[in-house]
Ligand binder design. Structure first.
Ligand code: TRP
Length: 339
């Protein structure tokens, strides 16, 4: 039986929050237990330095994300869990792919275009103000991440679909020129997975400062949940589930029966305070064991680091071999026989 190979990266700039958990971490951990799937999950620290130039934040985030995934029960016997910067072949492949990537393709990347637009909106004379080559060529690094391991399926959020398509374009161009080396990757966006709203009702995201941390003390979790924005309806007044972040977060953690129960409570006019109290209990119950393991792991960096090193060793068994093939294909080879 051949397993389908999944790969995804997590940029190491923040602390995992409920939105990350529901949208990416939980499905990825489930997939790590699926015998039909071989997953590659990595900490994208070279992506992190594109936007974040604070070394403490990069270090802290790397540790928190690694501990989070391990605490939640990632099956490292059926998946490869590693740190991007531990795989030097990715950097080498990035340059090789850079030489096969049309600059015009990068000009069209959303992340770059958004920065150019911000400059125009703020009246700057220089459209490229504040834009580094790292930001501009970020899709090439992402292509190297993906192509390095011949990954087939790339679970990502909608904002990353374009980057996966670019990886595919780059792979096609390379293959056309040098022979079939790379597998063409495909983005997978799971619409059944919730995109959570944050405290203010906008998408939960570090950049909006509206997140609820996944692993914090129960007291802080409760406090954050109490900050979720609601309307001014009084206890006893029926409430709509559709425009409620409290209900949305409830649904992301509840089974069908529990969702039905809360739907009825909303119709019956449950008080916001009570709904939030029940929401806290629901989430806390689901994450408390993992939270305990998380704090243990955060106190045991030697163990976490050893897990990443073991992952890097497994990953490099693939990447070293593929890079040899790539170098051979492009003519970067030892001199043999007569020149
Ligand atoms: N750029 C992705 C993000 O911001 C993270 C990432 C880096 C990634 N390399 C990847 C995702 C390769 C999928 C595959 O979310």
């Amino acid at each position: 039986m051949t397993k389908t190979r999944y790969l995804t990266g997590i940029t190491t700039t923040g602390t995992p929050h409920l939105g990350n958990y529901v949208g990416a971490i939980r499905p990825a951990i489930e997939a790590s237990h699926d015998p039909n799937i071989e997953s590659f999950y990595f900490l994208a620290d070279y992506h992190a330095i594109i936007k974040c130039h604070d070394p403490e934040q990069i270090k802290q985030s790397t540790c928190e994300i690694a501990a989070t995934w391990l605490a939640l029960g990632l099956d490292t016997s059926n998946s490869v869990f590693y740190r991007q910067s531990d795989i030097p072949e990715i950097m080498e492949l990035t340059w090789i792919l850079t030489c096969m990537t049309a600059k015009g393709l990068m000009n069209r990347a959303h992340a770059y275009k958004a920065s150019v637009q911000d400059n125009a909106d703020s009246g700057s004379k220089d459209p490229d103000k504040g834009i580094t080559m790292g930001l501009f060529s970020y899709p090439v690094l992402m292509a190297a991440d993906i192509l390095m391991f011949n990954a087939e399926k790339i679970p990502v959020g909608r904002d990353q679909i374009q980057h996966v398509e670019m990886a595919r374009d780059i792979a096609q161009r390379f293959n056309h020129h040098f022979g079939n080396i790379f597998t063409l990757p495909e983005a997978v966006v799971d619409d059944s997975v919730a995109v959570l709203s944050g405290l203010d009702g906008r998408k939960m995201s570090k950049s909006y400062g509206n997140t609820i941390a996944l692993f914090d003390t129960p007291k802080k979790l409760k406090k954050s949940i109490n900050k979720i924005k609601t309307n001014l309806l009084e206890p006893g007044e029926p409430k709509l589930v559709d425009d409620s972040t409290v209900f949305e977060v409830w649904e992301a953690f509840a089974n069908e029966e529990q969702t039905e129960y809360m739907r009825e409570q909303f119709a019956a006019g449950i008080a916001w305070g009570q709904a939030k109290k029940e929401l806290f209990a629901l989430i806390d119950d689901q994450i408390k064991e993992a939270r305990e393991r998380y704090f243990e792991l955060m106190d045991n960096p030697v163990f976490v680091e050893a897990q990443l090193q073991a992952g890097a060793e497994k990953a490099r068994a693939h990447s070293a071999q593929l890079l040899d093939q790539v170098r051979e294909a492009i003519g970067i080879v030892p001199i043999k026989g007569a020149c």
